[in-house]
Design a protein around this ligand. Structure first.
Ligand SMILES: *Cc1c(COP(=O)(O)O)cnc(C)c1O
Ligand SMILES: [Zn+2]
Length: 388
């Protein structure tokens, strides 16, 4: 069973019935967040007993929105490993350096977590036809979970997206639209067609449940660190569901009595060619501004407009974190470094976290006695071919 009680607007705090189909706040159009009966859950759930359950996205299903288990649409997502990076740690002088490898998820990226949850819950609420604008990986994940659920997917993707993303969508038989522009242009076209077709739009943070899937990264890492969170988390930030989801997970786990009030310092790593969150953080702004002429080889970071800016900035500030932008050539160098030292072929987005870490080391922002966690968000196998 699920302890889901209501949806709450992240800005104006309006409350909504969670068993109706709804996307964003009807008055202010900001993201809705799922809320649970935490006192009852705290009384009923024993974190140490739960570790005997299968290690998947659904392990802590009471803290997820799907009510009936028959609607859990799964391809085996979640439960990815926490890897200690001894070789890179030695090179950097950081003996407690870790990587959580979300690249081992179905469809080769952590987008599987969010889309497994969004599709499962929406199908439970009666949706038969979905639409998504995507830089690539979210479209692949939506297409896969829709195929699994036996429902329709419409995917809007920049025409210069990696070939593998185009292929994985086409293979499922989903309806693919290649758009001349970026993810926000794809979003505009998708929204128009969704209105006409009556499709359910699962754009980043424009429905409440992708973030619930992503938040499980926070539960999993807490369990992997034996319920003592690391000191620093560096996260490759695009639309921000991962950052927002983990921050939400930490608050829930504290209310459940599973962790104490200490939090990691959260770091948003972005590419210099598209760094709206990093810029807004250092400008002291409350929300992000659209980034003109967004350009980076890391497609998942090429997100010039985000509805979650405010929530991401809150997480960075409340945690005493920061934002770091790194240029593409350093992303590429970091990618090779990690593969050579540790045998892990990560996404370009994740490589940005290594380059960001190098900057934080030279600024003295991280210390050798700290436990530092970087996130791999996707498999290197999903890159477009790079002949360099
Ligand atoms: C989408 C994506 C990101 C950005 O994730 P958000 O949680 O939306 O900020 C990072 N890396 C990869 C590989 C992605 O596909
Ligand atoms: Zn609102």
């Amino acid at each position: 069973m699920s302890y889901l009680t209501h949806l709450e607007c992240s800005l104006c705090q309006a409350i909504y019935d969670p068993d109706q189909l709804i996307r964003v706040c009807l008055t202010c159009e900001h993201p809705l967040l799922a809320r649970y009966d935490l006192p009852r859950a705290a009384a009923a759930l024993d974190r140490d007993e739960m570790k005997h359950r299968p290690n998947t996205l659904w392990r802590y299903h009471e803290m997820l929105p799907v009510r009936d288990p028959c609607f859990r649409i799964s391809l085996g997502e979640g439960g990815t490993p926490l890897l200690k990076l001894n070789n890179l740690g030695r090179l950097f002088g950081l003996p407690y350096l870790y990587l959580k490898d979300e690249g081992q998820n179905p469809t080769g990226s952590f987008k599987a977590l969010g889309l497994a949850m969004a599709v499962s819950r929406a199908v439970e609420l009666g949706v038969k036809e979905f639409v998504i604008p995507t830089a690539g990986n979210a479209g692949g994940a939506l297409a896969a979970y829709c195929a699994r659920a036996g429902v329709c997917a419409h995917v809007y993707m920049p025409q210069d997206a990696p070939l593998i993303n185009i292929l994985e969508v086409q293979m499922t038989g989903a309806d693919l639209h290649l758009v001349n522009g970026l993810i926000n242009d794809a979003g505009r076209e998708a929204a128009v067609d969704a209105q006409v077709g009556g499709w359910f739009d699962v754009s980043t943070l424009k429905e409440p449940y992708r973030v619930e899937g992503k938040k499980m990264m926070g539960y999993e890492l807490a369990a992997a660190f034996n319920w003592e969170l690391p000191d620093v988390i560096i996260y490759p930030t695009g639309g921000g569901t991962g950052l927002i989801g983990m921050w939400k997970a930490f608050a829930e786990m504290e209310a459940l009595g599973w962790i104490d009030s200490r939090r990691p310092r959260m770091v948003a790593a972005q590419a210099s060619g598209c760094a709206p969150v990093v810029k807004a953080f250092h400008d002291g702004a409350e929300a992000t501004e659209p980034w003109p002429n967004a350009a980076t080889i890391a497609g998942g970071l090429r997100v010039p407009v985000t509805i979650g800016g405010r929530l991401m900035l809150q997480a960075l500030r409340e945690s005493n974190g920061t934002g770091v932008a790194v240029p593409d050539h350093r992303i590429q160098a970091a990618l090779s470094l990690l593969a050579q030292r540790e045998g892990i072929f990560v996404s370009l987005e994740a490589a940005a976290t290594i380059a960001a870490l190098e900057d934080l080391i030279s600024q003295g922002w991280v210390h050798p006695d700290e436990r530092i966690l970087i996130f791999n968000t996707g498999s290197g196998m999903k890159h477009r071919l790079m002949l360099t």
